[in-house]
Design a protein around this ligand. Structure first.
Ligand code: VAH
Length: 321
């Protein structure tokens, strides 16, 4: 039986590309994209689209019943930087939406759930290099707290109710199709846009701030591979560490200069520096690699090539119109 999939938060950075990939795998009519508004017309106009409020149980349930959904990818969340500006909104959105989807699964309305966690679950007391799957986790951001608590609830619903919920601790995700919003790692996307548009970039993190990152194609591959993995092989039901590349803004700037020799970077750390300083520098993802054969394919050079080539193409198409 083919899956009938609902993506909540389909207009976002990851949700929009996940929609495209899942439609290519399962067929356009088997993947319902949804969000709280119509703010990504590529997604809205590329297949079935519904307005769904992730915080409204009834809104989700109506969509599940209308399309006989069996799998939900819950991609709606308030990220780290915005979450620090609106703590209670971040808690309410990130937690209400998770409980609604977990309860739909517990009560038999759907069969499977994907829910994204983040390296933001780790905090200042977590070992920063090659951070293990199981380690001390004292997140110091609201976003990180919602991800830590969410992981515990996912594991509880699996153990207590047999809910097939699967999760990945995403690092910073870098892509060119849709701008991210409200994240601390977003500098690693902004820098490519500014390098092409202005030849210079003022970075809101310090030059030596090393963070775990991943190109979008790898993140989508990890998500699909985990959801297609044999359930018996999965030993983690909180959320899997996955890793690809770790780098600093200074190292990324040097990679960009290989393509744009005149590019320059300056540094003006803001409130997001404290968030970044609380996170690991690199992640040990050996359990994901052994449980479900996870492996990344984009290094920094290949990612930078992909980012600059595609952003330059978009810019020249805009200039031509
Ligand atoms: C953020 N992009 O910056 C997200 C991510 C690891 C960071 O979760 O908040």
């Amino acid at each position: 039986m083919s899956s009938k999939i609902l993506i909540i938060g389909a207009c976002g950075q990851i949700g929009s590309e996940l929609t495209t990939r899942l439609r290519s795998i399962y067929g356009n009519d088997n993947v319902i994209a949804s969000d709280i508004n119509y703010n990504n017309l590529d997604v809205v106009n590329s297949g079935i689209f519904e307005i769904v409020d992730a915080q409204d149980y009834g809104s989700i349930k109506i969509c599940v019943e209308k399309y006989q959904i069996d799998t939900i990818y819950l991609m709606a969340a308030m990220l780290s930087a915005t979450g620090e500006k609106y703590p209670m909104k971040a808690w309410d959105l990130n937690m209400d939406s998770l409980f609604h989807v977990l309860n739909l699964a517990k009560d038999g309305f759907i069969k499977r759930v994907f829910w994204p966690s983040s390296i933001a679950v780790f905090g200042p007391t977590t070992p920063k290099v090659n951070t293990p799957q199981h380690t001390i986790m004292e997140p110091s951001t609201v976003y990180g707290i919602t991800k830590q608590v969410g992981e515990r609830w996912c594991e509880y619903y699996f153990n207590k109710y047999g809910v097939d919920v699967r999760s990945i601790r995403y690092p910073g995700i870098i892509s060119w199709k849709t701008l991210p919003g409200g994240g601390t790692t977003d500098y690693a996307v902004d820098i490519y846009h500014k390098a092409l548009a202005d030849g210079t970039y003022e970075c809101f993190l310090s030059e030596e701030t090393e963070l775990p990152m991943m190109f979008m194609d790898d993140a989508i591959n990890a998500t699909v591979d985990l959801m297609q993995a044999d359930a018996e092989k999965l030993t983690i039901r909180s959320s899997y560490n996955v890793a690809a590349i770790s780098f600093t803004p200074a190292v990324l700037a040097e990679e960009i200069k290989k393509h744009l020799p005149d590019f320059s970077i300056s540094y003006n750390p803001d409130f997001r520096q404290a968030i970044a300083d609380s996170w690991p520098k690199s992640i040990d993802d050996s359990i994901a690699r052994s449980d479900w054969n996870w492996s990344h394919s984009f290094d920094m050079s290949k990612m930078t090539e992909e980012m600059l080539t595609n952003l330059a193409k978009i810019q020249s198409e805009k200039d031509a119109n």
